[in-house]
Design a protein around this ligand. Structure first.
Ligand SMILES: [Zn+2]
Ligand SMILES: [Zn+2]
Length: 636
């Protein structure tokens, strides 16, 4: 059936199901959702069940939009909104988009604008005709969040066209009589870095992740030139599990090569993705390398990004539905569930995940309506890769900080901007608030503050305890006064030249670049100070050399090589990892409901992937296999 026919068919079906006297003017696909235009938005708003019932009956996501004829002028609308929402909601901004009949309301407390079961929103629609959408005013100003919201607004016309064409492709209808499902690994199998998979059926192809291996110049990119991926426009969509570069660093390259399809990810993943991609270009340029793409390609990717919250079942191809679930790894990280065909097969792609509740996130989800195949990460899949518990790690860190500060020393913690930094921040804030460690400034340098601002923008993606603290007690630990962003060279210089007991968290995590080097140079020679590693240090990095015990460290500077005498203490605190350790990987599958039929391992060195696959087989009597790059397995 042609799309026009599908649409007129849907319009008829909707009209039949509407209460008598309710009319619609047209229907149109917009990305994965069906948009219903009506001149009577009030009637739809009056009855919250209409849309819910329609979505259920048609098994698709539906939004109702007012026909442009019935929209109240913006100034009057603002007055009405102000009268309708409670004063405490802290509305800070309005943006009217006449093309889609939407008003975006920025509020400090979006829940109050939404109301119970969306009551207040419906009230607003009834009064002004516009469809209100609520976003949180970031409590810490994030340049990234601000720029992306602005960018989406200024490009809304182009974006609307993109969404329309994506929607029509998704609903093009199935044509093949054959039934099969295959998975091909293009990167990230028996290695960490450049994760990239393709799920293909006779109808569609979905790419999952498209990462870059930052540690390797030779094997940096996934095998994007093989027939499964090339030409690139045969891919229906790209699905991103999370924002780390080894999972999304090369997405802009797809657009440079002419890809026109959508990217699906969670809202925090979109924002962190843009931040990390732009930083990646920046770092490459500073190191004198030619970045594989430009910021224009990053923006092209953003235009094509469709965000989905956890637990939202969404059509992404004629025969594939996608649902994201919490993965517990970093902000917005998602275990991706693919429902293929009409109950034909279900694949879960874990991405990186943590199967334990942490300070920031709940444990990764392993309950699904159905699941037959699982593709899982194996970073700590080796049988001896057990990590200390989080409590041990926290105690350990607190003790190190305490003894250094008592000695009038400085604690320097190299950390990745996204993930571990925020975990360590929460631990330090908690310890300072409870008087376990003295009240000293905690300086945040590099991209850490910007990444934290993005965390603060999306508290609904944090765990229950944190959400309660933020929403019910009004205590946002990220806003604590102990945190001091280093936002100028002057401040950095002051910290270095007038050293006082403090904690410094700075990028980069493996000390191969970034402001952490400046601090290291300044503080390494004083034995009162301590350098604390909270993350993995790869071979070839400065961090690894220091861990190996080098006492004299050559650093290249503009003036030539400078040798740093290493006198400061070096401590390693394991256990802050965002990855499941070996036991958690095993438990994740053992306790998965329903029980899967087979498990494929990836994202780990060769031994870890093979070890985990064989142990899972022995313990659970499942079919298992460690995937190899360029290998295709048939699932159905
Ligand atoms: Zn990751
Ligand atoms: Zn990863």
């Amino acid at each position: 059936m042609a799309v026009e026919e599908v649409l007129s068919d849907l319009k008829k079906k909707i009209e039949e199901k509407l209460p008598r006297g309710t009319t619609i003017s047209s229907v149109e696909f917009e990305g994965p959702q069906l948009v219903v235009y009506t001149e009577e938005p009030k009637k739809f708003a009056d009855n919250g069940n209409i849309v819910r019932n329609l979505a259920k009956a048609l098994r698709t996501r539906i939004v109702v939009r007012p026909d442009p004829k019935v929209l109240m002028p913006p100034e009057e609308s603002i007055n009405k909104i102000v009268q309708t929402v409670p004063d405490e909601s802290g509305v800070s901004n309005y943006h009217f988009d006449p093309d889609v009949g939407e008003v975006i309301i920025e509020a400090e407390k979006p829940g109050l604008v939404i109301g119970k079961h969306g009551e207040t929103l419906r009230e607003i629609t009834k009064k002004i005709g516009w469809t209100p959408k609520v976003v949180r005013t970031p409590p810490i100003k994030s340049r990234t969040v601000q720029n992306i919201r602005e960018f989406m607004r200024t490009n809304h016309k182009e974006r609307k066209d993109i969404l329309k064409s994506v929607g029509r492709k998704i609903h093009r209808g199935c044509t093949s009589k054959d039934e099969w499902v295959r998975v091909t690994s293009l990167g990230g199998a028996k290695e960490v870095g450049r994760s990239c998979f393709i799920i293909s059926t006779p109808e569609s192809r979905i790419m999952i992740d498209c990462g870059v291996n930052v540690g390797s110049d030779d094997n940096m990119t996934p095998y994007l030139y093989v027939p499964e991926a090339y030409p690139i426009n045969q891919i229906d969509a790209v699905v991103l599990t999370h924002a780390h570069l080894d999972h999304q660093g090369l997405v802009p390259l797809l657009y440079k090569y002419g890809f026109e399809g959508p990217i699906y990810c969670t809202p925090p993943t979109r924002d962190l993705m843009a931040l990390l991609q732009l930083d990646y270009i920046d770092v490459a340029a500073k190191e004198g390398k030619r970045p594989p793409y430009s910021s224009a390609d990053v923006r092209e990717g953003l235009k094509h990004t469709i965000v989905l919250d956890y637990e939202e079942v969404t059509d992404i191809a004629p025969d594939i539905k996608l649902t994201f679930h919490n993965a517990g790894h970093i902000l917005g990280s998602a275990v991706s569930h693919f429902h293929i065909g009409d109950g034909l097969h279900n694949v879960v792609v874990t991405g990186d995940f943590k199967y334990e509740k942490t300070r920031l996130f709940d444990a990764a989800v392993n309950r699904f309506p159905r699941v037959e195949s699982v593709i899982m990460e194996s970073t700590y899949g080796n049988s001896n890769a057990t990590q200390p518990s989080l409590q041990e790690a926290e105690k350990n860190l607190q003790n190190i900080v305490n003894s250094t500060l008592k000695n009038d020393g400085i604690v320097l913690i190299p950390a990745f901007a996204v993930g571990r930094s925020q975990e360590v921040m929460i631990v330090l804030e908690d310890a300072i608030r409870k008087g376990i460690i003295p009240e000293v400034p905690v300086y945040l340098d590099g991209m850490i503050w910007e990444a934290t601002a993005i965390h603060a923008t999306y508290p609904e993606y944090l765990n229950n305890d944190l959400r309660k603290l933020i929403f019910q007690k009004g205590q946002n630990p990220f806003l604590s006064e102990c945190f001091k962003p280093v936002d100028s060279n002057e401040l950095r210089q002051k910290i270095i030249e007038e050293p006082e007991p403090c904690v410094i968290l700075s990028t980069s995590g493996m000390m191969n670049a970034g402001p952490v080097i400046e601090y290291f140079k300044a503080f390494a020679e004083n034995e009162k100070n301590t350098l604390v590693f909270v993350g993995y240090q790869a071979d070839g990095t400065l961090g690894r050399r220091i861990q190996k015990g080098w006492k004299e460290i050559p650093l290249s500077t503009r003036e030539g090589t400078q040798v740093i005498k290493m006198n400061m203490n070096v401590e390693v605190v394991d256990g802050f990892s965002g990855h499941s350790d070996r036991r958690q990987l095993m438990d994740y599958i053992k306790r998965m409901k329903p029980r899967p039929e087979r498990v494929y391992t990836e994202h780990g060195d060769e031994r870890s992937c093979i070890d985990l696959a064989s142990s899972l087989h022995k313990k659970n009597r499942l079919e298992t296999k460690a995937l190899t790059n360029l290998e295709t397995v048939r699932l159905v």
